[in-house]
Design a binder for this molecule. Sequence first.
Ligand code: BES
Ligand code: ZN
Ligand code: ZN
Length: 523
Amino acid sequence: MTNIKTSHSLKLVNEVLVLGLAHQSSGTKAHFLKIFGDDLIVSEAGLDLKKLLLMLTDLGASGSRDEVIKVALPSSSTSFEPRLILFTGLGESDSRYPREVLRRAAGAASRELSGHKSVDFYLPHSDLSELEAIAEGIHLGAYSFDNFRAVTKDQQKAPLKSVTLVTHLKNDGPLKSSLKRAEIVSTYVHLVRDLVNTPPSHLNPVSFSNDMKKLATGLGIKVEILDENQLRSKGYGGISSVGQGSSNPPRLFHISYHPAKPKKRFAFVGKGITFDSGGYALKPASGMEDMKSDMSGAASVIAATFAIASLKLPVAIDAYACLAENMISGHATRPSDIITIYGGTTVEVLNPDAEGRLVLADGLVRAAEDGKKNGGLDGVIDVATLTGAQVVALGTRTSAVMTNDDAFRDSFMAATEVSGESFWPMPLPEELREVLNSPTADLANISIRGATGRYGGMLIAGHFLKEFVPAGLPWLHLDIAGPALAEDPYGYVHQGGTGVSVRSLVAFVELESSPDDKKKSSS
Ligand code: BES
Ligand code: ZN
Ligand code: ZN
């Protein structure tokens, strides 16, 4: 992780300086550029503001969000002048910026500064939560994945190594714990990115379980792993049937973080398909490689639980990673096969490519069962790259939220304001439930209506999952199919696995465990 420290002084010590650039409209003039803190960078760092603004205009700078402009300065007599200034876009000039704008601006800068050793950041912030967002952006932007490079490894630039954050805020306990929180959360976002970026040749249900078990030690987390024989004999028909076509056997990986006197109890369930070929509904070759990301949900719920345990939050979490590889072979599930989900519901598998809901069904039933034994759950959240329909509906940067409890969903949405991750509420229209009525089993795994069965595919999947949640247990379904993987980098997001949902899950648990007044002010 990037080493971040703070300083009150703009008397710069490093060769690179990151500044915020905004645009300001005034009256009839179109707009002009505004460097954040321009008075201070002149009085303290001795920079020539006029020269900088001229340079920026010549370079065509607009100060818009996601714009990053580097200006190299000729060496001068001013002792505090950096050699390079990176201007990162803030959009319309304001007295305060949304935390996500700051996070993205900081992240775009740190991503662009890979290869640099030490950099000063001077970005607008009025309180600790905004400084924390900047720190988080820096960490998230400072990421690289080169585990599988050999001869091209040397050409890769290392993530930005150390940063001095210039701030007016007191360097006290709360500041230190904000920076620590940013580091912990980012560490676990990076873990999800690493897992998603690791190819299925090197990541399967067994290796996922073994590797995550090692990481759980030291965090006060209990681990339970069910292997393929236990899954079969105990009746986990969803995970077993999805995994039976592969020579990499399936697993249910379950971790428990149970602090003393928890304020609340939640369960997380994640879709962990380490590769989704589609099975006997084989996917077309073009784009199939993206299906290495089909374990994003499982990685996210495990990583979020690690983060929650690291932060020692007073909330009990049980997280279940439903792990299988969806492949074809003489053992694979056929379209029309009928399977029995944990707990007894039978499902006709009309389409073996709708496999995520099958493994999640086992996980949801198990989560509710454990919850009941442990004194009741306050809610269960599943996370899954579940449907192509999610990407069609909301694109690649906004995830969907479905629920059986609007108040529970509203609490989660408040947490996404804190995390900055984009989620959008989706309905579960009543009329879309009946299309799952199989003529031969309790349920079909896709709509039984042929041609029109694709309409509302994301919501039908939501309905399917809802069948496995006991009445009265608040439940959220997060479909992250699009946002889990980024085709191109932007802001603090790198190409590849994004780690989406980790930050929202952690923020949600934090809000749920904090006193009511804090809960209100943060939403
Ligand atoms: N893993 C896919 C969903 C997906 C698609 C994730 C694109 C990420 C990007 C899922 O298992 C799947 O194949 N779903 C089918 C369901 C259909 C057969 C009802 C789909 O969305 O096409
Ligand atoms: Zn599939
Ligand atoms: Zn899938």
